[in-house]
Write a protein that binds this ligand. Sequence first.
Ligand SMILES: Cc1ncc(COP(=O)(O)O)c(C=O)c1O
Length: 455
Amino acid sequence: MSAIQLRTSIPGPQSRALAARREQAVPRGLSHATPIYVARAQDAWIEDVDGNRFLDFAGGIGCLNSGHRNQHVVAELEAQLQKFLHTCSQVTPYENYIRLAERLNQITPGKFPKKTLLVNTGAEAVENAVKIARAHTGRSGIIAFEDAFHGRTMMTLALTSKTHPYKAGFAPFPSDVYRIPYGYCYRCSYSLKYPECDVYCARHLEDTFKRVVASEDVAAVIAEPVLGEGGFVNPPPEFFRIIMEICHRHGVLFIADEVQSGFGRTGKMFASEHYGIEPDLIVSAKSLGGGLPLGAVTGRAEIMDAPGPGGLGGTFAGNPLSCAAANAVIDEFEKGDLLRRAEVIGQRFQSRAGKWKQRFELIGDVRGLGAMRALELVKSGETREPAAEETKKITQYCYEHGLITITAGSYGNVIRILVPLVITDEQLDEGLDVLEAAFASVSEKDVALVGTGNR
Ligand SMILES: Cc1ncc(COP(=O)(O)O)c(C=O)c1O
């Protein structure tokens, strides 16, 4: 039976009524990718208030690697509901916070002693990683990358790259943030070609310390091992090893923001593992909480201990429900085959998308790691001019045919796949069929149709 079931025209009457209420009650700054309102969700599908069922390739922007309402997560939440909801870990602590910290210290890359701080969101975790790095090094500078996204709070906006809609109109941002090019081979900032370039973009950090900011003024370099909002770009394999070597030669810390790339998305627990690196600090959130708000900073014990007592924390930070959910998520990864599923989903996507690339000129690049995959759309393979309008049309077509997808990229021309890893092969294929039909409907040049008289 088809996973997608559209019973009304969409958005249906109930969703339309809620949209009217939303317009009155909620600021327009909070945009939304689809106009349907959720009634319930399970595994990899979402049902709206009009009874329409959609396949979910967005997973709440990468928060549901273990699936909507994962059975074990729900059971552990129900058990926690019977005990207590909130006491504040800074007033009367509780065991499941400690257990989660111990487990994060274990599963993050690096065998050295580690400690973990829990907070509420990805942005809050990034903010705390910066505080900790500054406290440890006694330096203030932070180097971030072009096309980076680290959140919407003021410090994380300073680190975020994309101007519209994130930064424009919200300045001034905290100072002492510097930006360097990422290893984005499809749009190399130096117009070089890998591997002949010898990963110049990474080696260039040494130059940055001479020409932009002195290394002794820099606390940390922060990077996403795979760009999230920036378009699911995975740099060459040596990129982060070179960056980390240069950092450590200068006493600069390396922070991996694994908010979107972590928790099994790429077929490993953390994307850093693909590059063979052990970051000084790792930031996680999103799928860590299995659908509940939770963020974490995990890092070398001596670095994490730099801020004094009372220097870190937050009223709801690491609340017991989120901790119960996150411990259940880790159980699921330990006992299940979610990491293998991420690999299989990635391969299945890649083999189909590779064929689409031959067929549709609109597809400029197909990339990613594990189940963190994306398609970059261009008006012409020659000029690589970003095809943002066409990207919107594709996601609109998908939505109208029961598939929820979201975009990414500094030019808004990337379609990213963040499907829950519990999706079945049949559901995945059904979703990919819709995506393929979307390309066929929007593409100017469909090689499969040329000369058939179909258009
Ligand atoms: C890499 C990365 N860092 C930080 C954040 C911010 O997380 P949050 O929205 O939970 O504050 C995001 C959110 O998309 C992200 O993708």
